[in-house]
Design a protein around this ligand. Structure first.
Ligand SMILES: Cc1ncc(COP(=O)(O)O)c(C=O)c1O
Length: 468
């Protein structure tokens, strides 16, 4: 918010209305009261324009979601046409609509293996939450009702509903004012090698340690009690953490051995971020029992999420004539959201957007790594169009800045003043740009980020907060 003066703010009615009346996700009350929000007015491709006409390259891709880019006429047309044809129809019990049915079939075609049944939701959180209903019904139906515990990891994020927030475990989100399910959700160590306590271990040792820990946890809780393991293939909000090689496959093997369902939360990774529809099978050789997705499914044009469920689970749930699935949302399979998703997928296919990700992605990784010569850049993490810069006070010891320095935010504020949006989360600056990003865009991001980090270092030095 560094470049917005108080004069401009007081001229902006929207800014004031918002400050007075909207409670934002993750709003920090004290600073929001002073600075309010940045009011965005329009968006085209990778760019956003604020209410004063200033343009920003949105390297965050909205919130990991504007995969095909903003402002597409044919998306507007498809959405408008569907509103005219059928804006809503009850999705419960035995009524459907054409876009929802077509989209379910399309997702069954794109998802790996026998993931052939789709439950639509309004978001990633509700996809993960309702997936647990499926899991419980399956465990009951097959005669293992004791299986209700969930395994997941520290640093994971699975959403904001009570259950999804309990399954996820970003330490900073575990604020004392909120409650979480703690007796039947168990968190394993984060697969974050950079924060692994012993700097001398190899990746293989670290992976062995994580797998042994998971197996021990399964034995401690009892496999007969564990229903499912929830895992993001690459942990997103927790810090773009790519687990050690073979980790995803080995955790899946353990789930097979101990009869635990594997839920791949692909809310961020699906729909092109790594240059494929779903990364579970294509990148990590894992065949999940359920994939949850959202975000890139509709590229943020309208809210939509889905849990894609295996034949095996569906057939077991459906094996009793008296059973019914007593859960659902008013907007499950919303025709307008599904029409938007179908058009979104058509655009991804027609424009071969994944080829662009596979071509520009490695360049993005390589160019971002040039920032490692800066004294406060400790690590560059991620793959292709899902990347993050890790900022540290001391590179050798991997010591982080004290939380109150708010290092990620300082850098993103400078970047913002230079026309670039990167997402600050604690020590990190995260990027998940639209899949249309070009090599020239990459050059702009990397040059601008370098300047923003240098400006931040000057500020830190002058405030006596850091010396190289
Ligand atoms: C991996 C993952 N799962 C679930 C969610 C929750 O999705 P939503 O915000 O659409 O509820 C998110 C959101 O960022 C996410 O990153």
């Amino acid at each position: 918010m560094s470049n917005r003066t108080s004069t401009l703010k007081s001229e902006s009615k929207i800014w004031e209305l918002d400050r007075r009346h909207q409670l934002h996700p993750y709003q920090h009350f004290a600073s929001f009261d002073k600075a309010g929000s940045m009011v965005m007015k329009s968006g085209q491709g990778c760019y956003l324009t604020d209410e004063y006409g200033k343009r920003y390259f949105d390297a965050v891709g909205g919130m990991w979601c504007t995969n095909i880019g903003l402002g597409r006429e044919e998306m507007a047309d498809a959405i408008a046409q569907q509103v005219r044809d059928l804006a809503y129809a009850n999705p419960f019990v035995d009524m459907t609509n054409e876009p929802a049915s077509r989209l379910a079939a399309k997702l069954a075609e794109l998802a790996p293996g026998d993931l052939n049944h789709v439950m639509f939701t309004c978001s990633g959180s509700t996809a993960n939450d309702l997936a647990y209903r499926v899991i419980r019904m399956y465990q009951h139906a097959r005669g293992t009702p004791k299986k209700h515990h969930i395994l997941s990891r520290i640093d994971s994020y699975h959403g904001a509903t009570f259950l999804a927030a309990s399954i996820g475990c970003k330490p900073d989100d575990r604020i004392s004012e909120f409650d979480f399910i703690t007796d039947w959700v168990h968190h394993l160590s984060s697969p974050n090698r950079y924060r692994a306590p012993d700097l001398n271990t190899t990746d293989e040792d670290f992976c062995d340690y994580l797998i042994e820990e998971m197996e021990q946890k399964i034995l401690d809780v009892g496999p007969e009690n564990i229903a499912a393991f929830y895992a993001e293939p690459i942990l997103g909000v927790g810090g773009v953490i790519v687990p050690p090689a073979d980790y995803n496959r080995r955790t899946w093997d353990l789930c097979q051995r101990y009869d635990i369902l594997y839920v791949a939360d692909e809310v961020v990774t699906a729909f092109g971020r790594l240059g494929c529809w779903f990364v579970s099978k294509d990148r990590f050789d894992v065949q999940p029992d359920i994939i949850t997705c959202a975000k890139g499914l509709s590229s943020g044009y309208l809210p939509l999420g889905a849990a894609i469920i295996s034949d095996r689970i569906y057939e077991v749930m459906a094996n009793d004539d008296d059973r019914f699935f007593a859960a659902g949302l008013t907007y499950s399979g919303h025709p307008v959201s599904c029409a938007a998703a179908l058009k979104n997928i058509e655009i991804m296919e027609r424009e071969n957007l994944f080829d662009n990700v596979n071509e520009v992605g490695p360049y993005f990784e390589k160019q971002l790594r040039t920032l490692l010569d800066l004294p406060i850049v400790g690590d560059i993490r991620g793959e292709k169009f899902m990347m993050c810069v890790v900022n540290v006070q001391n590179k050798a010891s991997r010591e982080f800045f004290p939380a109150e320095v708010n290092i990620g935010k300082r850098i993103s504020d400078h970047a913002e003043s230079l026309g670039l949006l990167v997402r600050p989360i604690g020590d990190l600056n995260i990027m998940s740009p639209p899949l249309t990003m070009s090599r020239e865009d990459v050059d702009f991001i990397v040059t601008t980020l370098r300047t923003a980090i240098e400006m931040t270092m000057i500020g830190l030095r002058s405030e006596g907060l850091w010396r190289d």
